[in-house]
Structure formats: C-alpha cells, structure tokens
Design a protein around this ligand. Structure first.
Ligand SMILES: Cc1cc2nc3c(=O)[nH]c(=O)nc-3n(C[C@H](O)[C@H](O)[C@H](O)COP(=O)(O)O)c2cc1C
Length: 203
C-alpha cells in the first residue's frame, strides 16, 4: 500500500477511508488504472447478477460511484425493482480489494444524464444506438454490423434516448489489504450525510 506507510498511519481508519476514495477517483480518470473496469452486481429473480462495467464517475464527498449503460439492458430493468447494488475492485499490484454496497438512483433524460451524454465520445455513443435491444437473440452476428456503420454526430444523438446513468449512493465499504505477512481488513458504514463509522475486521 504505497500511500499509507507502515507506521501509526496504518492504524488510522480515516486515512484508509480517504485512501480508498482516492484510488476510486483515480480509477475514473485513468483508463489504465485497475479500478477503471470493475465488477458491478445486483440482485434479480434468479440470484445475483454480475458483470464488468467501466467506472465513469465517483465523488468522495458525496460517496457516490456511477456507471453508464443502455436503459434497455437487463440491469436497468432489474434495478428498477431492486436498487441494492455492489461494486468490486481489486488492484493486483497493491493487493488491495475494495467492496462497495449501496442504493442505486437511475437517471435517464434528466439533467445529470444529459450532462453525462454531452461528454460521451462519438465512438462510445454507438453503443447506445443499436436498433436491436441489447442481449436480444439474433440469427447471425453480421445482422448488427450494418447499423454500426456510417454513424455521424447527428446520428449518434439517436442513442441518447437509450442512455442511462446508474449512480450508487454508497452505504458500506470494505477494504482488504493482502499485505505479505499480515493482512488487514476494515469496514466503513456511511450515514446519510456522508459521515462514516470505521471498524477493524479480522482479515
Ligand atoms: C471490460 C468491460 C467493460 C464493460 N463496461 C460496461 C459499461 O460501462 N456499461 C455497461 O452497461 N456494460 C458494460 N459492459 C458489458 C456488461 O458487462 C454486460 O455484458 C452488459 O452491460 C449487459 O449486462 P446486463 O444484461 O446484465 O444488463 C462491459 C463489459 C466489459 C467486458
């Protein structure tokens, strides 16, 4: 753990909490950061549903993390029924795992979603403009190729109606550091105003 030294700071829960959010924020802006792509999970009628997503936004002050998705995807429908969600991050190099849980708020065609859409580049906008619904069955993968061709900036606006932002209000965070020789684990429970209670856990 580079930024927290092996001294009394290590036993400082607020410093660890702050370090976790610093790493998460780095994961948003650095595409090569191990947290940039993470596992996002929610519950559905069968059990837990997990998939990789790109970490798009995070706020250490508001304790939120966000992803972009197509509102026609399964996750969007599932999240309308059950807003409980979890995120999983792991940095192989520092051997730090961070788990987050919280409640989703869904944004489509509102100020937050529109502002986010304005910052989605043309290439990524294509991901939201498919005529066929994501994950619907097709006879041949070539069926979807034609609709991806010749997308202009104007055409790309068509995807806007399918574009959604899932903001997670974090209620719980767990930090696990697989420090060689001695593992450390802590949890942080957030209140509505973003303050937290930290506890050490048996690793
Ligand atoms: C590296 C990687 C990054 C991904 N990023 C996203 C993403 O940011 N948003 C998204 O909706 N799907 C993303 N996907 C696709 C999802 O993992 C998933 O296949 C898709 O969203 C459909 O999931 P659902 O049917 O459970 O909604 C990504 C997949 C991979 C492999």
């Amino acid at each position: 753990m580079e930024s927290i030294k092996m001294n009394e700071t290590l036993y400082d829960l607020p410093a660890i909490e702050s370090d976790c959010w610093s790493r998460i924020m780095d994961g948003v802006i650095q595409s090569s950061h191990p947290f940039h792509q993470s596992v996002f999970a929610n519950g559905n009628t069968i059990g837990a549903n997990m998939r990789m997503v790109v970490l798009r936004k995070a706020s250490a002050t508001e304790k939120t993390v966000s992803l972009y998705t197509d509102i026609r995807s399964s996750k969007w429908e599932e999240l309308q029924k059950n807003q409980s969600i979890s995120w999983l991050f792991y940095d192989h190099e520092s051997r730090i795992q961070i788990r987050l849980s919280g409640k989703a708020s869904l944004h489509q065609n509102d100020e937050l979603a529109n502002h986010s859409w304005d910052n989605v580049n043309l290439n990524s906008r294509k991901n939201y403009s498919s005529i066929l619904i994501p994950s619907s069955e097709i006879n041949d993968p070539k069926d979807i190729l034609q609709q991806n061709l010749d997308t202009t900036t104007k055409d790309s606006e068509e995807g806007k109606e399918n574009f959604g932002v899932v903001v997670t209000n974090i209620l719980w965070m767990e930090w696990l550091w697989l420090n060689p020789g001695c593992h450390y684990k802590a949890k942080f429970i957030y209140s509505k105003n973003g303050e937290f209670t930290g506890s050490w856990l048996v690793p």
